[in-house]
Design a protein around this ligand. Structure first.
Ligand code: CLF
Ligand code: SF4
Length: 519
């Protein structure tokens, strides 16, 4: 059976729901606890202040727990091609941009093919714990295919958590079915609660055989989204809200959206950057609407963090993504390959592997706590960012030249806090185009003081130093947070002794192109 508060009953008692929702409302600080010692879903392997029912749901969900995303993988199955609204950042040629970057296209599957794929991935990647349906259109505009897939997975792979991402228009009509299939996690993309702003984002919505446009369409959409959110949280289903930050359109308004969704019981808010380029063929791409810079995005996320848990590790995955959030193994699991694969789904092997992962998580947190004690008594108000090359497991275990993304941590006397990631072009491409790609790497991490890597060559090292970014390879294959804290301590010592002078860094660029699977 899937671990769930729905076990044995689709709807928990009102008193129970009230208790759990209060606990969610009281629980803040995903990723913010740093040195406060307060464990949280975002930063510790332990349960901390989370109620057990919530902890069971988030502890190995890579999107709902920042800490879990270093260790656990998710997969999407692209069973839902149709959509019932139009977003100005979407081109239907590609996947639903509410969870995907424009520019990548997924292979569409039948529910039966999807079920086979889930078993194939679960046998190959034992730390894959979550199946999400996120497109390529809207899952609830394709309810038969979506729910048939969930039904099949519930039967064949009961240890896998089910997850759904929707624009919310059809949500109120399906809440009971969602609860009935033990779907514990639902994401709703909510970009506005003001229909005047909504009219700038959505040209039309299609509801009950009728097309609505302008403010009327946006009003209908926001009413249905908020109603759906309330209905889900009343049933104890954990809800994440995705919002696309569109500078000059809804960037300031998203603070209001944050308050509106928090008051309706949302667990997590994920503010994602608009990714927009003319070649995507979207309305925003063609009209030159820009996306935010890295620091604009961080400032908005920081300003909302006092209100509720903020997700900062979203990778805007494609609708057939497979693997850890920072990697894309979808090319290993195409329909042809799956049909030819011998599937050996073994629950005991999966459990044994995941028990090992848990040991690693505990060791990582213990190492961080020990290092954190060295900062006790430090009075500095310096805060700075560092970039990290990692392949997962919370380790500095990637070569600079092989990194397709860098994770970004904010360091202060409170400790190391994950604040985002930056996708980059591979620096090492067999000697071709290296100079150009190094410039794009530097632009992507230009707001960082240092970059932690397992290994780095002499040339990029020198160029990084010239750009004011210190390459750090002395912590190869060690835990990220423990190492970052140790480095920060020595940085503070150097500032205090006058050996170096602390200075602020500039802004950085968010990469606008598509990530093409390298597998
Ligand atoms: Fe997929 Fe979304 Fe479920 Fe995660 S993704 S349906 S909640 S299992 Fe995660 Fe990917 Fe970001 Fe989505 S990183 S795009 S938030
Ligand atoms: Fe595109 Fe998703 Fe918006 Fe539908 S909901 S228009 S698929 S971004």
């Amino acid at each position: 059976m899937q671990a769930s508060i729905h076990e044995g009953t689709a709807v928990p008692s009102a008193a129970k729901v009230g208790e759990v929702m209060q606990a969610i409302a009281d629980h803040k600080g995903c990723g913010t606890s740093g040195g406060s010692g307060k464990a949280s879903c975002g930063s510790a392997a332990g349960q901390g202040d989370l109620p057990t029912e919530i902890w069971e749901k988030v502890k190995n969900h890579p999107c709902y727990s920042e800490e879990a995303h270093h260790h656990y993988a998710r997969m999407h199955v692209a069973v839902a091609p149709a959509c019932n609204i139009q977003c100005n950042y979407c081109n239907r040629k590609y996947d639903c941009a509410n969870e995907s970057r424009p520019g990548v296209v997924s292979e569409k599957l039948t529910p039966e093919q999807a079920a086979k794929k889930v078993l194939a991935v679960a046998s190959t990647i034992p730390q894959m714990t979550v199946l999400g349906i996120a497109g390529p259109g809207d899952p609830l505009a394709n309810p038969e295919k979506t729910f048939k897939t969930f039904e099949l997975i519930n039967k064949t792979a009961p240890d896998i958590k089910l997850c759904l991402s929707t624009n919310g228009l059809a949500l109120p009509d399906h809440v009971d079915t969602i609860a009935g299939f033990n779907v514990d996690h639902v994401t709703i993309t909510i970009n506005m609660v003001d229909p005047e702003i909504g009219a700038k984002i959505y040209p039309w919505v299609f509801w009950k055989h009728k097309r609505y446009t302008g403010v009327e369409a946006a009003k209908l959409l926001t009413d249905r989204q908020l109603q759906g959110l309330e209905m889900l949280t009343e049933r104890g289903i954990l809800c994440k809200v995705n919002s696309v930050m569109i500078p000059g359109v809804n960037d300031k308004h998203l603070v209001e959206v944050n308050k509106a969704v928090k008051s309706r019981g949302a667990f997590l808010h994920n503010i994602m950057p608009l990714i927009s380029a003319p070649e995507h063929g979207t309305v925003f791409g063609l009209t030159g609407q820009r996306g935010p810079t890295a620091q604009e995005l961080k400032a908005l996320q920081d300003s909302c963090e006092g209100e509720m848990n903020m997700m900062r590790h979203c990778r805007q995955c494609r609708a057939d993504a497979v693997g850890l959030l920072g990697e894309d193994r979808s090319a290993e699991f195409t329909t042809d390959k799956i049909m030819a694969m011998e599937v050996n789904y073994d629950l005991d092997t999966r459990k044994a592997y995941q028990a090992k992962v848990e040991e690693e998580r505990v060791a990582k947190v213990a190492a961080k706590q020990e290092e954190l004690s060295t900062l006790a008594g430090e009075m500095s108000d310096i805060k700075l960012l560092v970039a990290v090359a990692t392949k997962g497991s919370g380790l500095i275990n990637e070569h600079f030249g092989h990194a397709k993304e860098f994770q970004v941590y904010e360091l202060s006397t409170s400790g190391a806090k994950f604040v985002g990631h930056r996708r980059v072009d591979l620096y090492c491409q067999g000697g071709f185009g290296d100079e150009e790609s190094l410039e794009t790497v530097i632009r992507a991490i230009n707001d960082c003081h240092a970059v932690f890597v397992a290994k780095i060559g002499g040339c990029p090292k020198a160029d990084l130093l010239t750009a004011g970014i210190e390459p750090v390879d002395q912590f190869a294959h060690e835990f990220i947070e423990k190492s970052a804290i140790a480095w920060f301590k020595s940085y503070l010592d150097k500032v205090n002794s006058g050996e170096i002078e602390h200075s602020e860094r500039g802004d950085a660029e968010i990469r606008q192109g598509a990530l093409i699977s390298a597998a």
